[in-house]
Design a protein around this ligand. Structure first.
Ligand SMILES: [Fe+2]
Length: 285
């Protein structure tokens, strides 16, 4: 049991990661309350807020408390007049399911923004419309993934760097809606340590996921195999939390120490609409 004192009810979602905080975010948060939320964010890695009305402006304002909010390079997704908000929807102009998944890349385990020099800190998602089945979000604890590697693994990967590349991950998973030349030039591949130290908790974690393409200084195929092996080793049921959404919930997670993915749903017959923003963190070290 968590012995810490919190100024709001806290319900852990698994023994390892995730907690539901019963906080109404619509009232404006004083500094003390926000600091407690942030402490819970570092402690639990994934925060769930129960269903509530959270208009786009409030979501962006809440995100700004965490840090600088990213304006995504793929500007076709900007929503509600806020360039910081990224809407993923399968509904057409008439509000009917289009049969097209808005971003198949989210179905593979990844960490947001790892294809940038400054990677994602918090991702903050509000569920506007959720399907009756599927469309879940799964999370996996990358502190735990690193800690359970044996000493040989830790010695082998301790100094490695991986190149992360949005163009690679997107084209590999699906050929749809590829990056434009301009978007590609704006986001060249970057390299990050395979094992990073969380800048606020000081704990080590594995930092790979689906955007990681190859290992610096290693033959391409060998690096690919190593990344695939580590990504498979990293994701374990007892390190994971699988979230089945109710509409109007808000979830916040720490991309520095968590991988996540979405599960498929029937995009021809059911709607799924989320509003997302990502707060920028720092260059991993
Ligand atoms: Fe994501």
């Amino acid at each position: 049991m968590d012995a810490e004192a919190w100024p709001f009810p806290v319900r852990p979602l698994t023994p390892r990661l995730g907690a539901e905080l019963s906080v109404d975010l619509g009232d404006g948060l004083d500094e003390g309350l926000f600091r407690a939320i942030y402490r819970a964010f570092l402690r639990f890695q994934v925060l769930l807020f129960p269903p509530q009305d959270l208009p786009p402006g409030r979501q962006v304002a809440f995100a700004r408390r965490f840090g600088e909010v990213q304006v995504h390079v793929m500007n076709q997704y900007h929503a509600d007049g806020f360039p910081e908000l990224y809407r993923l929807s399968n509904l057409d102009q008439n509000g009917r399911p289009s049969g097209r998944h808005p971003d198949k890349g989210t179905l593979a385990w990844h960490t947001d923004g790892s294809w940038q020099r400054v990677t994602g800190q918090a991702t903050i998602i509000y569920g506007e419309v959720m399907p009756g089945r599927g469309g879940e979000t799964h999370f996996c604890d990358m502190y735990g993934a690193y800690e359970r590697l044996d000493e040989r693994w830790k010695a082998r990967i301790g100094d490695l760097r991986a190149v992360h590349n949005l163009d690679f991950s997107r084209n590999r998973r699906h050929g749809e809606d590829p990056l434009t030349e301009e978007q590609r030039r704006a986001r060249p591949p970057v390299d990050h340590p395979v094992v990073r130290t969380h800048p606020e908790t000081g704990r080590k974690c594995l930092f790979l996921g689906d955007h990681a393409e190859y290992i610096v200084g290693m033959p391409y195929a060998e690096g690919r195999a190593l990344i695939e092996e580590l990504n498979a080793l990293a994701v374990q049921p007892d390190l994971s939390y699988e979230h089945r959404w109710r509409t109007r919930e808000l979830i916040v997670w720490d991309n520095r120490c968590v991988l996540h993915r979405a599960t498929p749903f029937d995009e021809a017959n059911e709607g799924r609409v989320i509003r997302r923003c990502t707060v920028l963190g720092e260059a991993p070290a």
